[in-house]
Design a binder for this molecule. Structure first.
Ligand code: F3S
Length: 395
């Protein structure tokens, strides 16, 4: 990989031990993946935040990085943590877990990272532009930024994203290069898509079908950004899709080559199969929405559904702290809390230890959560649209 004189000096330690450490990591990764050079990044999203994901070794490694002098150069946000950083006691999180989680957050804060723990940084003030090179880690955020925003990122690991933030560069390969952003298969959608869960089911089907390919959707009619975040998250879970195009809607769709591609048609029977396959539970102990982290519109939708009602089961909607603050101002949080629900910030159902909080069957409208909850959190699943799930728990 060709380095500038400045980058060579960084590699030799001119900017301190931490920069030297991470430059070495980035150069090794770049050489491994055939990168030709480094590209500057102004936007980073780091994964490896929940104590339940990284444990004591990860926590101590982060503290060592702080000791070594790691400080970020780019606007850097965090992936969700294992708990609401302010209201963890109300969530029922054990104090020993909370203490370790807060040590991890302190380490990131000491590196200059914005303590916004979310997988939707684009809804919370970290919004790259079309064709901007970035280094993001969480798979649904990677998919959204590549596909809907037209920014360019590979799916970074926690250390490589942190390295990009500390050095201000990422290796130029993979989805940073135009030739690697071409679609590999056309997906003809021949059914009305009504809810976010329909987009989750579609994403689930297509992720399994194309694996790590790049789907090109035809037939989607005016999906919302919430629909697209649900679609991308599910494809990144059941497959490893980091980029997709939607005819007439996403920014690169008119620029890529689709001639000669094989295609598949997805109709209502395929979506029904996914719903049936994922529904393994009978009665939910809890409903959790906000995977990926909810927009203000999704919180408004939930608050409308529960307004003036009483919930007989816990209902959470997970969101970034910024979106929660806006929801407080709009009165949505108050409506939800009066009904018995919660807006949970900073965390989500997959990275929070919900099985330890006594839940064994979770209802959700997310294809991604439906994929991960059985394995990661030992949950049976009810996968359906928000309104249907809520109607089952209203008294
Ligand atoms: Fe985000 Fe957690 Fe879902 S990180 S995409 S809410 S699994």
């Amino acid at each position: 990989m060709e380095l500038t004189k400045k980058q060579e000096r960084m590699l030799e330690g001119e900017d301190g031990q931490a920069v030297e450490y991470f430059m070495n990591l980035l150069v090794k990764l770049g050489d491994l993946f055939g990168a030709d050079r480094m590209v500057p990044v102004r936007s980073v999203q780091v994964a490896g935040v929940s104590f339940s994901s990284i444990g004591e070794p990860g926590m101590e490694w982060l503290e060592d990085m702080v000791e070594m002098g790691a400080r970020v150069k780019s606007l850097t946000y965090l992936n969700p943590a294992g708990m609401d950083l302010e209201n963890w006691k109300e969530m029922g999180i054990p104090p020993d877990f909370a203490e370790k989680q807060l040590r991890i957050i302190d380490a990131y804060r000491n590196m200059g990272i914005v303590v916004t723990a979310t997988c939707t940084p684009y809804l919370a003030g970290n919004l790259p532009r079309f064709r901007e090179h970035i280094a993001w880690a969480e798979s649904s955020a990677v998919s959204f930024s590549n596909s809907v925003l037209g920014a360019r990122t590979n799916r970074e690991g926690g250390p490589s994203a942190l390295g990009a933030a500390v050095c201000g560069f990422t290796p130029h390969h993979g989805l940073h290069c135009w030739e690697n952003r071409q679609p590999t298969k056309i997906i003809n959608v021949e059914t009305e898509m009504e809810t976010d869960s329909d987009y989750g089911a579609l994403g689930y089907f297509v992720g399994e079908d194309v694996s790590d390919g790049i789907p090109y959707f035809k037939g989607l009619k005016n999906p919302s950004t919430d629909n697209l975040k649900s679609l991308g998250a599910a494809m990144a879970a059941s497959g490893a899709v980091a980029l997709y195009h939607v005819e007439g809607m996403t920014p690169e769709a008119d620029l890529v080559e689709t001639r000669g591609l094989e295609s598949v048609t997805v109709g209502r029977p395929e979506l029904t199969d996914i719903y049936e396959k994922k529904n393994t539970g009978e009665e939910a102990d809890i409903l959790i929405f906000g995977c990926p982290h909810a927009s203000l519109a999704e919180i408004a939708q939930l608050s409308d559904l529960v307004k003036g009602k009483t919930l007989k089961k816990p209902v959470w909607i997970c969101a970034s702290r910024m979106i929660k603050e806006a929801a407080i101002r709009m009165g949505y949080v108050d409506i939800l809390e009066k009904a018995g629900g919660k807006v949970v910030a900073d965390t989500c159902c997959v990275v929070s230890p919900i099985e330890k909080l006594g839940y064994s069957t979770t209802g959700m409208n997310s294809g991604k959560a439906a994929f991960y909850l059985p394995g990661k959190r030992k949950q049976k699943v009810l996968f359906n649209d928000m309104a249907s799930l809520v109607s089952e728990v209203i008294q």
